[in-house]
Design a protein around this ligand. Sequence first.
Ligand SMILES: [Zn+2]
Length: 243
Amino acid sequence: MNRLMVAELRSLNPYQNQDIKFTTKATITEIDAQQGWFYNACPRCYRRVKQSGTSWWCDTHGYLTTIPISWYKINGRIEDSTGGLNIVMLGKTVQSLVNKPCSMLTIQEGYTDPNLIPPLLDQLKGMSKIFLIQFRPRSAFIDATVIKTFDDDESQMLLPTPSIESSKDTIPPVASLDPETPPPETKKSLKKQLFVTESITEEIELSCQQHPSSTEIQTSSADPSKKRKESRSEEKGKKIKHG
Ligand SMILES: [Zn+2]
């Protein structure tokens, strides 16, 4: 694992390092309420859906047959002694830190204003973790996306061990994490012999699917992939959300 200080992460060119995952030990210092803390997502792919009258549209899956789910997306900042870095945390990464699915906050507890951070999420501030980070493009931006967090070096270094399941929140039981989305079957059968590294890979794949790459596109289009490509190439390099 590539362990870097925050200042070293900041010095990287995100576009040239998209295939690499980094870890950094840091503390969450800010949550940006202006950019919202959740969005309405397609229950199948977790991408942002658009409202069209009383219906909801997913660029990949078309009109939803159910209501959208609420999905965490938090813009924040982490810092260590060398500096700070703006990061994005999505879905289950946030859920594992606050131990609550997003939909419980929105639907059951009534926090429906995306720009009003619920008190529960204030707990994120001050959390010190090891962050597994990858640079991920999102329309005009490239985000330092937190894929997973670890409590300490030990939980990350541990290689295959039968006690891994009981170790605290390194590998939370997936089924209880997200009642809306049952995990793929393979997870269950793999769980017992999971190495930490394998589970990281799975999370990465999962959060790839979650990534709302079409977030900023407002209108539906007959050919969304084309539109996305155009809009990205127009704006590519214009802005690096970083620092
Ligand atoms: Zn979808």
